[in-house]
Design a protein around this ligand. Sequence first.
Ligand code: HEC
Length: 98
Amino acid sequence: MKKIAFLVGLMCATSIFAADGETLFKVCATCHGAKAEKSALNKSQVIAGWDAAKITAALNGYKDGTYGGPLKGTMAPQVKNLDANAIATLAKYIEGLK
Ligand code: HEC
């Protein structure tokens, strides 16, 4: 019994730390659209259709200040707390949006 409780606890903890792409993208969707089909704030490029490598490069660039247009200040706080793992998960998720 104890062992089962432990396993269930472990599974819950895992799902919190390893958030899936859909969960991570929820906040992004408020600007980019549920399918990444919108131009965020009418300023960004439409990122639907971008491959994971391009998305990863853009997100890392916003993070370290080497990428972006006039509104990069809007994106910087969005990516600030994303680690490499979360960025990879997001990039894959966005790439797969149809
Ligand atoms: C508050 C609105 C907002 C939110 C939330 C937001 N973005 Fe953005 N995003 C923008 C804007 C505006 C730009 C264009 C910024 C610029 O001038 O470079 C942009 C640009 C981008 C780009 C590059 C597109 C380009 O035009 O070069 C990617 C990729 C991207 N966002 C992904 C994301 C992801 C992933 C998230 C969630 C973690 C997110 N965004 C959350 C507003 C937002």
